[in-house]
Design a protein around this ligand. Sequence first.
Ligand SMILES: C[S@@+](CC[C@H](N)C(=O)[O-])C[C@H]1O[C@@H](n2cnc3c(N)ncnc32)[C@H](O)[C@@H]1O
Length: 267
Amino acid sequence: MSEDATPEPGTVYLVGSGPGDPELLTLKAKRLLEEADFVLHDKLPGPKIIELLPDDRRQDVGKRAHGNRTPQWEINERLVELSREGKRVVRLKGGDSFVFGRGGEEAAYLAEHGVPFEVVPAVTSAVAAPGVAGIPVTHRDHASSVSFVTGHEDPTKPESTVNWEALAETGGTIVVLMGVTRLPQYAQALIDGGLSPETPVALVERATWPGQQIATGTLETIVDVRDEVGIEPPAITVIGGVAGTRESVVDFLRNDYSQSGEGVSND
Ligand SMILES: C[S@@+](CC[C@H](N)C(=O)[O-])C[C@H]1O[C@@H](n2cnc3c(N)ncnc32)[C@H](O)[C@@H]1O
């Protein structure tokens, strides 16, 4: 291994863990996790990856005992503090740190405070979760564009920050992260925006984790499907013709999660 592959003391590595299967960690992420002096993580890397981290060199900065999140400013300060102690620090996030992961905010804070950092990209759940369900996010017959959007919006905001009507008009695939709770609102907004109620939709919960669940329906039926199957966060919603292609491959679709008996496919 080349010399520059060794993590530098005082450096923060913003590392994506991928969707949750340890075999989907990049080689670089795995090496950095082994060599880091300290790892700050939350729950989203998933149980299999978190159990690989040594207890005396990690801190869970996700939800605290009373269900409150550790504020971002506190995580930022902790990163700076650890780096100033000369530690080689990994900030581990689920998926890719720069896809709805606040990695950009952490990078900006580190730069402002003169802390050297490296970004280690990874497999985002936005692509991996549809993938393990047999759903390509683009397909020559169904979608030549894909939009990644958040379904989690501030309830105090009077209007949606996502322009669902405009998304409905793209005709491309729509992948919604953090979109379990507000599924009824945006499914309706997309129908109001002109998408057919028959548009295929898939929900993929805990992709590549033990207990992965996949459920499919249409814009019109998906809320009932969600409730019947009991889909809960973290889950990805895939909307568009591509979601319907799962049906033609599912009988031959194998992945370790279903083979091991850990996964459930409920559609
Ligand atoms: C704060 S965002 C972080 C996204 C992450 N940075 C990524 O690139 O995958 C959290 C959302 O990511 C999605 N997510 C992350 N990991 C997932 C997984 N293994 N299976 C399904 N959805 C996942 C869910 O929509 C979840 O609510």
